[in-house]
Design a protein around this ligand. Sequence first.
Ligand SMILES: Cc1cc2nc3c(=O)[nH]c(=O)nc-3n(C[C@H](O)[C@H](O)[C@H](O)COP(=O)(O)O)c2cc1C
Length: 216
Amino acid sequence: MPQLLHIDSSADLTTSVSRALTGLFAETWRGLGDGYSVVRRDLHRDPLPHLPDAGLHYAERLRVDGETPDAEAEKLQAELIAEVAAADVVVIGAPMYNWSLPSTLKAWIDYIHVLGTTVPFDTSDRPFAGTPVVVVSSRGNTYAPGTPGEGTDHTVPPLQQVLGVSLGMSVEVVTAELTLADRLAPLAPLAGQAQGSRVAAEESVRALAVALGSRS
Ligand SMILES: Cc1cc2nc3c(=O)[nH]c(=O)nc-3n(C[C@H](O)[C@H](O)[C@H](O)COP(=O)(O)O)c2cc1C
């Protein structure tokens, strides 16, 4: 039974581009067959508390005196980790907020990136290694090579670092740029480019859902 974990973090519940794209991914996934199921985690509608105790960054055996996270927080962390472990594929909506991640998504990262549990430390355990994760990043401006924004995207690189380099997941990135072209007058001349970016992103998420789903 191939299972998709579908995560969103946009605070826009009406016109969000990342929500539309992750939704298209999930719809394409379900369309692959009766057994293709989707588990949903909406980090905006149902936000996680900020990490309440630094001890949660370490497996219990690696904690030092005084690091005694409360049982509820440990239970939530275990649930979030189990959700990723059970997924064949993960899709994450990651809009750019102030050149960075929405704080709701950062909170999720802080729970699931755990030394000695999901990241090898004193053992070689790496339970998420190889799991495909599709990061869908929407942004109002453009950060393409040669533009003033080049090099200032701090949304996608930290996700590639944590999910790919550290957790060993297989990261694919889809971006939709210039989403504010229809809202901010200075970007209006780039409306055609925005439309092209959106169409290309839709094609990419459909193709990735089919390709990754067929392998699951
Ligand atoms: C709090 C906030 C901060 C934002 N910061 C940026 C930014 O730094 N750079 C940018 O290009 N767009 C920025 N935007 C615009 C969003 O990236 C853009 O609207 C994007 O489409 C949001 O994703 P969504 O459509 O899935 O909600 C910001 C929007 C919000 C709400």
